[in-house]
Design a protein around this ligand. Structure first.
Ligand SMILES: Nc1ncnc2c1ncn2[C@@H]1O[C@H](COP(=O)(O)OP(=O)(O)OP(=O)(O)O)[C@@H](O)[C@H]1O
Ligand SMILES: [Mg+2]
Length: 1001
């Protein structure tokens, strides 16, 4: 691909090498908007963009750093983000929020809420009774939900990306931890909506990392499966992922590389933050110890001191990764008392011993979920900042039994890079080399329903049924249809998580509600009344687990079938009928309804479910709609899939804006038709006595959300507005600050200028005193009243001062410009004169310029010389403190006028065709035109080099001996250097030595 990098920014060489690889993979299709990715870590976010011409780059923030703290400071009248907010943490611990993602999608009784309160007691958390969630109470007036805070950060990440890309950005891929459940994912989506971001996908951060790894090693992937383990220990959590890479055959793009998530294990609270907190606690203890007996207060009760300690703990932890010991040091930690203490790595490891014991946990879980053994894993690769802790590596190395741990990806940026590759793949603006991504469901989802059955005559009982909808480690995105076959009246069913036994009891409590939604159907009975003569094919519920891992119930339909005569008349009647109700083509291979003898629900397999490894009887009869992608990065072909997903089509369908499988398209148009194959030709139709007619009635659905209710639409809109207002306020505040800074800078700089010689030269003592006095007054005003001044007032004050100093600055500026401008004018005059002289020497027969043209040029040259001489003389007489009469703009105007005239003649010469030369009988040239005078004729001879000719009265530079410029080739000013010294204008500076091109003056 061809791509140009428009901006030069400091970046690493290695990064460039990677970029070069990706240039081949990314092709910008148009100059449309850039897309971005945000790897939203607990501690820091890494933002990347891709735009036509600038493929996949990590965004540098305002401080030119590649990581931005996920931190916001919320004050009454202003907000700070990223590094600025992080530096406010000590001054404003209560208003500076960090690690708030740990509260997303959690209800108040969640252990993570209690953990947050314990870790950050400086924050006051309010309770929202409607959603049973918490919010930050910053002050009596200020309160924000975790979604709102996240939305602010996402908006900020966008502003960083936009500044970097130098264009607006709306589309983003956002990473989430793989262990995020439905409520947590929806919370991120809601935050993005508030920020006005279009989320192309929420991608699991481990999948994004695996994608980045695969994309950069595309050539190493072949048909032999390679299993790679990624161990990501970040700030907040740890995730271990087993990924299989291999090439697979895709429908449209042939053999392509694929990554499949095979196993995932995680620890939601194991990470760098917990280590820091342990260290902080240790340092706090040491400080208290140092002050024992002084009746000092416990440092833990002082939020500012604790913020200082946390920052120092972070620094200390990082230094201890490379050193055996280090001295923690904080000036004025509390009550102006300094703190100093040596901490060894051994002490740190002791403090975190139980944490290090947890390092192997995620590895075991990942292996279990993948049903793999360690010897099947080729390599274990480190990801995330906290894997830099030596003890983590030591324990992990032992746990995985390898010779070494792979450090061959950028542990900080891989997820952001993978996510932005995905963003490019999903955006219409880029064509991306296919890389098939098969992500896996971590938390199984099932459908539960209860039905009254009659086991023996007269004995009725309730039977509880469960059907797995999306199995653990099954692939997604995926659509599934479940068919309820024995209902003819309204009923309810429940969508719940499946077996979460792999989570420990504590993790289960953190997980929250295991019930997702109760679905109440309305209109089942009516649908039966509507089609009394049809046979019911069941109530079909269409589910979608989309590329963000978010479950939705697309629609519920009541489906009926009947056999109809296949006559043309009837067909048209039915078509009419079909236009009034939605109907559905069944898949050709769809078997007739299979009765499930044991219960009342029937699960149909309506799509090709090749390669399914799902347990028979559980899921095999669920339909998985055939619309998974081919060549893209969103969903996979299924060579050894646990569940099934046809590899082709999903992306195309998404991009087309459609979300229904091809086979169903006709039904969307309300057509009715026979089930199965395309319409048969006439003759065949005649042979067929009857065919199946399928009718579909949409069923009303009421959803009762049981895990965590989404923010109601009106509240979402209010939040979006609230955040927009804050952004506007911030912008206005920034503008005001800019205005105040400009005014302050102007006063300061001008006061300084008044003492510089070039300013003193063009001003009187009196003038300087006047300006200085007014500047001082403005400075006092700014100090005394500037705080309350509006942006307009500050701008007005600056305008007044600029006006006051305008004359002085103008005089200085003009003087600076004169030498260069006058020299350029002289040059132009010299060359114009030479040009004119040359033009006049052209033999009349060949002459291409008219006399009027040459006279006009001559006149302009003369007038310009005269103007220059007079004005320069006049200026010389004027005192320097007065407004000059020699103005650079006038010189420029004179030059432009002269240049225009010369250009005109040059152009004429350029395009002039040589005149035909009539020959007489003897083959000699014809005589000159009749009007040519004798002297004219004598002048047709071009003088030989070195011979000067002064036939014209205009002041013209004399040629130096040996110069052939004007003589040998009158129009070819690009000859030898022309150096001239006009005798008539003694003040004219010597012409600059310069070779001129043909059309250049
Ligand atoms: N040299 C180092 N030694 C020890 N710890 C380090 C080092 N460098 C970074 N860290 C720690 O790594 C953590 C940040 O890692 P990373 O950026 O991967 O986390 P994150 O993506 O913000 O969080 P998460 O993925 O858990 O949500 C911090 O706790 C930081 O202190
Ligand atoms: Mg991370």
């Amino acid at each position: 691909m061809v791509a140009t990098v428009r901006r030069q920014r400091p970046r690493r060489l290695a990064c460039w090498a990677l970029m070069t690889v990706l240039l081949a993979d990314l092709l910008a299709l148009s100059d449309t908007l850039a897309v971005m990715s945000v790897d939203l870590g607990s501690e820091s976010m890494k933002v990347a963009i891709v735009k036509p011409g600038v493929p996949m780059e990590i965004v540098l923030n305002k401080e030119s750093r590649r990581k931005t703290p996920v931190t916001v400071t919320l004050k009454e009248n202003e907000r700070f983000f990223g590094d600025s907010a992080a530096s406010m943490a000590i001054k404003n611990p209560k208003a500076t929020l960090r690690y708030f993602q740990h509260l997303l999608g959690k209800q108040e009784n969640n252990p993570h809420v209690a953990l947050y309160k314990a870790r950050f007691p400086e924050h006051e958390l309010g309770f929202d009774p409607q959603r049973q969630t918490v919010y930050f109470q910053i002050s009596p007036q200020l309160q924000f939900s975790p979604e709102e805070i996240l939305s602010m950060l996402l908006n900020y990440s966008r502003s960083l990306a936009e500044d970097f890309a130098e264009q607006p950005i709306k589309d983003a891929v956002i990473t989430v931890p793989a262990f995020f459940n439905q409520a947590e994912r929806r919370a991120v989506l809601q935050a993005a909506r508030m920020a006005g971001l279009k989320v192309l996908q929420l991608i699991n951060d481990n999948t994004a990392t695996a994608l980045s790894y695969g994309v950069f090693r595309r050539k190493d992937i072949n048909s032999t499966a390679q299993n790679i383990m990624f161990y990501d220990m970040g700030s907040g959590s740890t995730v271990c992922t087993i990924v299989t890479y291999q090439t697979v055959k895709t429908k449209d793009a042939g053999m392509q590389p694929q990554l499949q998530i095979r196993g995932v294990g995680f620890d939601r609270t194991l990470g760098g933050l917990e280590m820091e907190l342990r260290l902080r606690e240790h340092l706090a203890g040491l400080f208290n110890e140092q002050r024992r007996g002084q009746r000092a207060k416990d440092v833990r009760e002082n939020p500012r001191a604790m913020a200082k300690l946390l920052r120092e703990a972070n620094r200390l932890k990082t230094v201890l990764s490379a050193n055996a010991d280090h001295v923690a040091q904080i000036e004025g930690l509390m009550d102006d008392v300094d703190f100093k203490a040596k901490v060894t790595r051994a002490e740190f490891e002791e403090l975190c011993a139980d944490l290090f014991e947890r390092v192997p946990g995620p590895v075991q879980q990942a292996l279990q979920s993948a049903e793999m053994k360690l010897d099947e894993i080729e390599q274990v690769i480190l990801v995330g900042g906290a894997t830099r802790v030596p003890k983590v590596q030591e324990v992990l190395l032992k746990a995985v039994g390898k010779e070494e741990l792979g450090k061959n990806i950028n542990a900080d940026e891989a997820a952001a890079m993978g996510a932005v590759y995905q963003a490019a793949a999903l955006s219409k603006a880029f064509k991306v080399k296919p890389f098939v991504v098969r992500d896996a469901v971590i938390y199984p989802i099932l459908v539960e329903f209860t039905r009254e059955v009659e086991e023996e005559t007269g004995v009725r009982s309730l039977k509880h049924n469960k059907r797995i909808l999306f199995s653990r480690m099954g692939p997604y995105p995926q659509r599934k249809v479940i068919t309820f076959n024995r209902y003819s009246h309204d009923f309810n069913f429940h969508i719940n998580y499946g077996d979460l036994g792999f989570l420990g009891p504590e993790d289960l409590r953190v997980f929250g509600s295991q019930n997702l939604t109760t679905v109440k159907l309305k209109g089942v009975g009516e649908s039966f009344k509507k089609y009394p003569d049809y046979e019911s094919k069941g109530i079909k519920a269409h589910f979608n687990l989309d590329e963000s891992g978010v479950l939705s119930l697309d629609r519920v339909e009541s489906v009926f079938e009947t056999l109809v005569e296949d006559s043309p008349e009837e067909e048209s009647t039915l078509t009419k009928l079909g236009n009034t109700i939605s109907s559905l083509f069944g898949g050709g291979s769809t078997p007739d309804t299979k009765e499930n003898g044991t219960d009342t629900v029937q699960e149909e397999e309506e799509g090709p479910a090749e390669g399914s490894k799902d347990e028979p009887g559980e899921q095999a009869e669920l339909k998985e709609e055939a619309e998974a992608p081919t060549e893209d990065t969103s969903s996979p072909p299924p060579p050894e899939a646990k569940g099934t997903a046809a590899p082709e089509g999903e992306k195309a369908a998404e991009k087309d804006g459609g979300d229904k499988p091809e086979a169903q398209k006709p039904s969307e148009k309300g057509e009715a038709g026979s089930e199965g194959a395309p319409p048969a030709p006439e003759e065949e139709k005649k042979q067929k006595p009857a065919r199946k007619q399928r009718m579909v009635e949409e069923i009303g659905v009421e959803l009762v959300v049981l895990d965590l209710p989404d923010l109601p639409e009106d509240q979402l809109a209010r939040s979006a507005q609230k955040l927009q207002d804050l952004t506007l306020r911030d912008l206005q505040k920034q503008e005001r600050e800019k205005a105040a800074n400009s005014l302050e800078a102007f006063i300061f700089e001008t006061q300084d200028k008044l003492y510089q010689p070039e300013y003193q030269e063009v001003s009187t003592e009196e003038q300087r005193e006047d300006i200085s006095g007014k500047l001082s007054a403005a400075s006092t005003w700014l100090e005394d009243e500037g705080f309350g001044a509006t942006t307009a007032m500050l701008k007005e004050k600056l305008a007044e001062l600029r006006k006051l100093c305008h004359g002085l600055f103008f005089r200085v500026e003009e003087r600076k410009k004169w030498p260069e401008r006058l020299s350029a004018l002289d040059n132009l005059l010299n060359h114009s004169s030479m040009f004119l002289k040359g033009a006049r020497l052209i033999p009349e027969m060949d002459q291409i310029f008219t006399e009027v043209e040459m006279t006009t040029l001559e006149k302009i040259i003369n007038e310009t010389w005269a103007w220059k001489n007079t004005t320069v003389a006049e200026q010389a007489k004027l005192p320097a403190t007065e407004k000059p009469v020699l103005l650079s703009k006038d010189i420029e105007a004179k030059m432009a006028a002269l240049d225009r005239e010369v250009q005109y003649l040059l152009n004429k010469a350029k395009f002039a065709k040589p005149r035909p030369r009539p020959r007489d009988k003897n083959g000699t040239r014809a005589e000159a035109p009749l009007n040519a005078s004798a002297s004219d004729q004598s002048e047709k001879v071009i003088p030989p080099p070195g011979q000067t000719e002064d036939t014209k009265p205009i002041p013209e530079p004399e040629k130096e001996a040996g110069s052939e410029a004007a003589d040998s080739e009158p129009l070819e000013l690009g000859g030898p250097t022309a150096e001239s010294e006009p005798k008539e204008h003694p003040e004219q500076p010597t012409g600059q030595k310069r070779t001129l091109k043909n059309d250049e003056l």
